[in-house]
Design a protein around this ligand. Structure first.
Ligand SMILES: [Zn+2]
Length: 301
């Protein structure tokens, strides 16, 4: 892989959630928390990042970690930024803005009480904010004290995405000087279409050299690569949806899909971090030249 231009740091973000709990909820309507498994996954990922002296943003889900404050403290103690992934992992499109507001404020209060410092960033479950909701959504983010959001995939996707939105970080909302920055998830254009190359199936299937080329291409255009990865993608053991939700065709399909090439993720991220510089979102935003004249969040950062 060719080294990226050093002027553009990339942004490494991790959505921290309990795969077993969410898979149970998704497949049969209820799930069981497995903090022991989440701890195993986190240990492996945190170890990999520590070896590269790389810090990241961890968007923590209240419904997964509310009973495991030690896991959030462990991530923070390793020097990473803690952002919020909300509380319940329901789609904002389906929740509607009033219920989203409750969910977000609950999660921000939980993290701020736990860590004793402001939470600056949010990642919506499954990038589920819609275009019609954007104004109200941004107002609620500012009300919660956030400086940035990272929930918009500027694509026309089957399940998510707001097409034709900017592909590099920008100020999305300015309410009389209180500004909210949007850090969109990375996309690349190919033959007139945008592809969501920030994580998920793309990272599981593409080889490290191909992801490296995408990062170089983005960096040459002045854009950071903005990822979304998950601790479960780094589990040393096979993910078992039948353990999470019992035996059914849906469980088996989910299990097959989620394990497909998943074990390559550790070596892939290892290879990418040896070449490219990644930082937490807050570090990217703190650069005084990034959003002149006063930077986002008016004094929060
Ligand atoms: Zn999530």
């Amino acid at each position: 892989m060719t080294p990226a231009p050093p002027a553009v740091p990339n942004i490494l973000t991790i959505d921290v959630e309990d795969w077993y709990h969410l898979s149970g909820e998704q497949i049969r309507g209820h799930g069981t928390l497995r903090p022991d498994i989440l701890a195993r996954q986190l240990d492996r990922l945190l170890g990999l990042l520590a070896r590269h002296d790389c810090r990241a943003t961890f968007f923590c889900l209240g419904g997964s970690l509310g009973n495991s404050p030690e896991l959030v403290r462990q991530i923070a103690a390793a020097g990473h930024e803690i952002g919020t992934h909300g509380w319940g992992h329901q789609s904002i499109a389906r929740l509607g803005l009033p219920a989203f507001r409750e969910d977000l404020l609950r999660s921000v209060k939980w993290l701020q009480d736990l860590l004793g410092r402001p939470v600056l960033g949010y990642r919506a479950p499954a990038f589920s904010v819609t275009r019609d909701q954007l104004d109200g959504f941004c107002e609620i983010c500012l009300e919660a004290g956030l400086a940035y959001d990272s929930s918009i995939f500027p694509i026309r996707g089957r399940r998510y995405g707001i097409p034709a939105m900017p592909t590099a970080p920008y100020v999305i909302h300015d309410a009389g000087g209180r500004r909210l920055v949007e850090i969109p998830l990375s996309t690349v254009e190919w033959r007139g279409r945008r592809y969501p190359v920030a994580g998920g199936g793309y990272w599981r299937i593409l080889p490290a050299w191909a992801i490296g080329r995408i990062i170089t291409r983005l960096n040459h255009a002045g854009c950071p690569m903005v990822t979304y990865l998950h601790p479960y993608e780094f589990d040393s053991q096979r993910l078992s949806a039948t353990m999470a939700a019992g035996w059914s065709l849906r469980s088996l399909k989910h299990q097959l899909k989620q394990n497909l090439n998943r074990r390559s993720m550790y070596a892939k991220l290892d290879a990418i971090l040896s070449v490219y510089r990644f930082a937490p979102a807050e570090e990217y935003l703190r650069d005084p030249g990034r959003f002149p004249p006063h930077g986002p969040g008016a004094g929060l950062l």
